[in-house]
Design a protein around this ligand. Sequence first.
Ligand code: AMP
Length: 171
Amino acid sequence: MKAIEAYIRDVIDFPKPGIVFKDLTPLLNNAEAMGLCLDALVQQIGDTHIDKVVGMEARGFFFGTLLAQKLQAGFVPVRKPGKLPYKTLSETYALEYGTDVLEIHEDAIQQGDRVLIHDDVLATGGTAEAVCKLVERLGGQIVQCNFIMELQFLNGRDKLKGQDVASILKY
Ligand code: AMP
């Protein structure tokens, strides 16, 4: 864990004052660290079958696609509104101020698919909760919500009750 943590850079007051941004670009920049992180993400899933890995725009795409390849699963991007070209389902969720929307292609998940949801950071859990709803509306069965980092003081797990939530690094 320490070897992975060493490649996470804290950026103070980004994108706004008071936020300590967990920057994973140094990790992406180092092949060995990336490999260790991918192995740790796979390990926390355990020995279970996954049909689809769902990754959140944009930092969920980095390891989401690598995970999908490793697990021999398909990859499904969840994106901000207007980015996905085909027919979509949308889910609106609350932010600190106002709301935001996430979209998924309506044919990306089949009824009964075993789904892994992946993102870099679990913060308040609002994003992951919205993604869970999209997956469930398409008939997917969520196996795990899988993160590299978890900001425990924001209690994101409270929004993901009933789900298996796993993270490599806890702050
Ligand atoms: P959440 O509050 O759990 O809905 O997190 C929203 C999104 O913002 C997630 O996709 C995270 O990747 C990102 N995020 C939230 N807080 C941070 C942070 N401190 N550092 C890096 N990314 C963050």
